[in-house]
Design a protein around this ligand. Structure first.
Ligand code: GUN
Length: 283
C-alpha cells in the first residue's frame, strides 16, 4: 500500500481563496482585516517566517504591518508597542515572532497581547478557551492539522490518536483538539518508555518533536493517518520532517509530506484567525 498524500499547499490554496472572499465581504462593510507582525532581532529563520506571513496577508487581501526592531529593544519598549497595537483599531491580530532575545520575557509579552487579537493562540486565555471548549483562537499549527483531517473527511470519534511531543504550541493544543473531536488521545514525549508500543495502537499519529526519524514504518499500524509537524534538515541540508516519509508511506493510509504539508497550513490558519478576529471585532 502507498499512502495518499495530504497536500498542504493545495488545501491552503483552497482555504486562502475562502479567506480572500471573506476579507472582501468585510471590506464592503468598511473593515480591512489587519495583522501586525513584530520581529525583534535578526534571527535568519524568523526573518523568512515573518516575510512569508506578511506576503500571505497581501496575497489574500489582508492589511499587514511588519514592525522590526533591533535585538537591543528593551522589554518595556516591546510591551509598550504591544499595548499600542492592542489599541489600534486597524489591527485585528498581533503576532510577536518567537524566539525573542534572551533579555525579554516572552511569556510576559504574549500575556500583554489582547486575547481578542491573539491570532497565534499562545495567550493563557486562548489556551484556557481551547481547554474548556469556549470561543477563542486556536494555535495555527495544530489547527492546520485538524483542517487536514477534515479535508479527508476523517471522523475522529472513537479513534486512538497518538501525539508525539508536548510543546505548548503544538503537542498539548493538538491533543485537546483531537479530544474535542472525541478521539482517545495519548501524548508521548521524551520520557515515554516505549514509544513504538504506543504508536502501533494509533489510528492517527501526529509527530511534533523536531527530530528526524522519530517515526519509522515499523512503528505504524497499517492504514493509520500520519501528520508530520517536524521541520528539520537532513545530512544533505534538505528540509525533512520527523517521520521517515519513504518508509511510513508504505504503511499509512494518508501522510503529510515535508515540505508541502503542515508548514503551509500554519500560515493559512494565521490568516483564518486574523480574519476571524476582524469579523468578531466588526460585529
Ligand atoms: N516562531 C516559530 N513559529 C512561530 C509561530 O507560529 N508564531 C510565533 N509568534 N513565533 C513563531
Amino acid at each position: 500500500m502507498t499512502a495518499q498524500l495530504i497536500d498542504g499547499n493545495q488545501l491552503s490554496k483552497q482555504l486562502r481563496t475562502e479567506v480572500t472572499a471573506r476579507a472582501q465581504a468585510l471590506k464592503v462593510k468598511g473593515v480591512t482585516p489587519g495583522l501586525a507582525v513584530v520581529l525583534v532581532g535578526d534571527n535568519p529563520a524568523s526573518q523568512v517566517y515573518v516575510r512569508n506571513k506578511v506576503k500571505a496577508c497581501e496575497d489574500s487581501g489582508l492589511h499587514s504591518v511588519l514592525e522590526k526592531y533591533e535585538a537591543t529593544l528593551t522589554e518595556a519598549d516591546l510591551l509598550a508597542r504591544v499595548e499600542a497595537l492592542n489599541n489600534d483599531p486597524s489591527i485585528h491580530g498581533i503576532l510577536v515572532q518567537l524566539p525573542l532575545p534572551a533579555h525579554i520575557d516572552a511569556q510576559k509579552v504574549i500575556e500583554a497581547i489582547s486575547p481578542a487579537k491573539d491570532v497565534d493562540g499562545f495567550h493563557i486565555a486562548s489556551a484556557g478557551a481551547l481547554m474548556t471548549g469556549m470561543p477563542g483562537f486556536w494555535p495555527c499549527t495544530p489547527y492546520g492539522c485538524m483542517k487536514m483531517l477534515d479535508s479527508i473527511a476523517y471522523d475522529l470519534r472513537g479513534k486512538h490518536a497518538v501525539v508525539i511531543g508536548r510543546s505548548n504550541i503544538v503537542g498539548k493544543p493538538m491533543a485537546l483538539m483531537l479530544l474535542q473531536k472525541n478521539a482517545t488521545v495519548t501524548i508521548c514525549h521524551s520520557a515515554t518508555p516505549d514509544l513504538k508500543a504506543m504508536t502501533l495502537q494509533a489510528d492517527v499519529i501526529v509527530a511534533a518533536v523536531g527530530k528526524r526519524n522519530v517515526l519509522t514504518a515499523d512503528m505504524v499500524k497499517p492504514g493509520a493517518v500520519v501528520l508530520d509537524v517536524g521541520m528539520n534538515r537532513n545530512a544533505e541540508g534538505k528540509l525533512c520532517g520527523d517521520v521517515d516519509f519513504e518508509g511510513v508511506k508504505q504503511v499509512a493510509s494518508h501522510i503529510t509530506p515535508v515540505p508541502g504539508g503542515v508548514g503551509p497550513m500554519t500560515i493559512t490558519m494565521l490568516l483564518v484567525n486574523t480574519l476571524e478576529a476582524a469579523e468578531r471585532a466588526s460585529k
